[in-house]
Every structure is written in structure tokens, then in C-alpha cells.
Ligand binder design. Structure first.
Ligand code: DAH
Length: 340
């Protein structure tokens, strides 16, 4: 028996030494410690020994088992370390190489246009205000001097959330929200860009689109201030040789109200397809803030006056970039977006 243990021990050490892979180690483990492995067999045959021989043989078999387990583990680590070293050598990692370039996106044309609009008005001393897109009926209509029976309040035109709230149909309610915050202070000079919602959907109307609202409240504000401001804006946006013209119009929240046209940037006013041969393109609504709107916002309409304007960002972007179908703005086709 002792002879046999010695034999197995020598063979085992020999095999451990020459093992070179994790697979070979696994085989060794099975060969010696598996159900029919030589060490297991030794343990089983222990019963045949005499009681005097048993303790010494038992100890030797145990030692053998420990020896194998320790060696297997050490060898395992050695093999893993070698494999890692081989991989590192093969990879020849050069940490000074430049990284793989990250594909950069570009700003959406609407963002570009809004950024430019903000820049122009910031340059004129305006600040940027914001209001909620889920708006109270109260701000969207009532505070904008739209009486309860006004056709624009019809459920058909708007996305209502519940009886009191809707997706705002224009950015004008931001006027009232800003005045609520500012009163009784003035001057107020803000623009309010943001998304608005209406039940419209065709080549030039989308159920979601963007507007920029403008509001100035101060003493002695007149239509001349409005016209000068808009002329400055239009020339920075569309070129120094643009002209504007004001036509009488109606909005419940302004009195008087005007519609503002710019001289066509394509034909320079001669008449073409874009301006429908008139030489003029309508771009926005504006006017002198209605006294009711000022009073509802806590301002004395005898003391201060104001002007306001509102325009569609998509329309400005379409004119600026020569886009004739508004829907491409919201389709996320990278072939379109990459042009900007
Ligand atoms: N809120 C109007 C609309 O959505 C646009 C507008 C017209 C805004 C005249 C104004 C304004 O501030 O004075 O069509």
C-alpha cells in the first residue's frame, strides 16, 4: 500500500509539472479525485488494511489529496497569468493612439433658429421667459382677453387635458404669467420661445409647432417702438436690405393689432412663387397690448402701455432655409438633419 501511494505521488507530481492548460488541469483532477480516481480508490481500499497500518496510510493519502489540490490551484493561477501576458504581448496596446472618434450630432434647424432669435433679442436687452405647455384655460384664453364664447376656445381647436387645462395654443399666456410675476415693476422686456399645440395637420401646419412671443411694457410705448424693434429683428435674421410693412388686423389681446410682412428675400420684392407675386411675406402678428390685458395683470393702463408680438419658428426656419414642407422638421430623417 505505502509503495503504491509513493508511486501515485510521483506520477502525479510529474503530470502536474508538465500540465500546460486549464483543460489538462481539469483532466488531472478527474484522474485523481474523480469517483474512480486513484486517490479515491486508495481511500476506498483503506478498509482492507490492518488496524496498525491504517493510520499511517490514511495520513499519507490525505497528504496526497492536499498536495494535489494546492498544486492544482497554484498551477491554475500560473496558467491564467501566462495567458494574460500572452494577450498583452499580442495586443501591443499603444495608449498614445488617438481614441475612436465619437460621431457628433448637429443642432436641429429649429434649435438653430431659436438660438439665433434669442441672440438677436438678448442684444436688444430682452430676457428669455418660459411658461408651461400644459396651460390653464384661464391664462391661455381668459387673461388674453378671449371671452368665454370666443370661437378659439372651441374644443375642436385645442387639445384639452380636462375642463380647466389644455395644451397651450399659443405662447401669449406667458405674457400674463410674466406680468403676474413682475407687477408692479416695469419696464418688462421679454421673449418667450416654446412649443404650442393646435388641431392642424398638413404641409404647412403641424399639431405641435413653436412660437416666440415678445412683450414690452413701459411708459410711452408706441407702435413706432414695435416697428423699429421688428425691423431690427428682421434685418438681422433675413438680411440688411429687408423692409417690413404693417397691415391692420385683429387679435383679442392687442388694440390696435397688426400683421407684419417682410419684403420677399427671394425676389427682393419683384414678385415670385414664394411671395405669391405680392413681393411681401407675412411673418407675424403683433400690436399694442390691450388695456384689459394690462389691467387683468395688475398694471395701470393709464400709466403704462406695451407692445406684443408672436410668430411661428417653423415658418421663420422654412423661409430662412428654403424648406417647403414643414413635416420634414419632425421626421428625424438624418439626411435632412445633416444639412445643418
Ligand atoms: N398668439 C397669436 C397666435 O398664436 C400670435 C400673436 C399675435 C401674438 C399678436 C401676439 C400678438 O403677442 O400681439 O396666432
Amino acid at each position: 500500500m505505502l509503495e503504491k501511494i509513493k508511486e501515485i505521488r510521483e506520477a502525479m507530481q510529474q503530470e502536474l509539472q508538465t500540465a500546460e492548460s486549464a483543460g489538462q488541469l481539469r483532466d488531472l483532477k478527474v484522474k485523481y479525485l474523480g469517483k474512480k480516481g486513484s486517490i479515491s480508490e486508495l481511500s476506498k481500499s483503506m478498509g482492507k488494511l490492518s488496524p496498525e497500518e491504517r493510520p499511517q496510510a490514511g495520513q499519507l493519502v490525505n497528504e496526497l489529496r492536499c498536495l494535489l489540490e494546492e498544486n492544482l490551484e497554484a498551477k491554475q493561477k500560473e496558467i491564467a497569468a501566462k495567458a494574460m501576458q500572452a494577450r498583452l504581448a499580442a495586443e501591443q496596446l499603444d495608449v498614445t493612439l488617438p481614441g475612436a472618434p465619437v460621431k457628433m450630432g448637429t443642432k436641429h434647424p429649429l434649435t438653430l433658429v431659436v438660438d439665433e432669435i434669442k441672440d438677436i433679442f438678448l442684444g436688444m436687452g430682452y430676457t428669455v421667459a418660459e411658461g408651461p405647455q400644459v396651460e390653464l384655460d384661464y391664462y391661455n384664453f381668459e387673461r388674453m382677453n378671449l371671452p368665454a364664447d370666443h370661437p378659439a376656445r372651441d374644443m375642436q381647436d385645442s387639445f384639452y387635458i380636462d375642463a380647466r387645462r389644455l395644451l397651450r395654443t399659443h405662447t401669449s399666456p406667458v405674457q400674463a404669467r410674466v406680468m403676474d410675476q413682475m407687477r408692479p415693476q416695469y419696464p418688462i422686456k421679454i421673449i418667450a420661445p416654446g412649443a404650442v399645440y393646435r388641431r392642424d395637420d398638413d404641409a404647412t401646419h403641424s399639431p405641435m409647432f413653436h412660437q416666440v412671443e415678445g412683450l414690452v411694457v413701459d411708459e410711452n410705448i408706441s407702435l413706432a417702438d414695435l416697428k423699429g424693434t421688428l425691423l431690427n429683428f428682421v434685418r438681422q435674421m433675413f438680411g440688411e436690405d429687408r423692409e417690413i410693412r404693417l397691415r391692420p388686423s385683429f387679435f383679442p389681446f392687442t388694440e390696435p393689432s397688426v400683421e407684419v410682412d417682410i419684403s420677399c428675400m427671394l425676389c427682393g420684392g419683384e414678385g415670385c412663387r414664394t411671395c405669391k407675386n405680392t413681393g411681401w411675406i407675412e411673418i407675424l402678428g403683433a400690436g399694442i397690448v390691450h388695456p384689459n390685458v394690462l389691467e387683468m395683470s395688475g398694471y395701470d393702463s393709464e400709466k403704462v402701455t406695451g407692445f406684443a408680438f408672436g410668430f411661428g419658428v417653423e415658418r421663420i426656419a422654412m423661409l430662412k432655409y428654403g424648406i417647403d414642407d414643414l413635416r420634414v422638421m419632425f421626421e428625424n430623417d438624418v439626411r435632412f438633419l445633416q444639412k445643418f
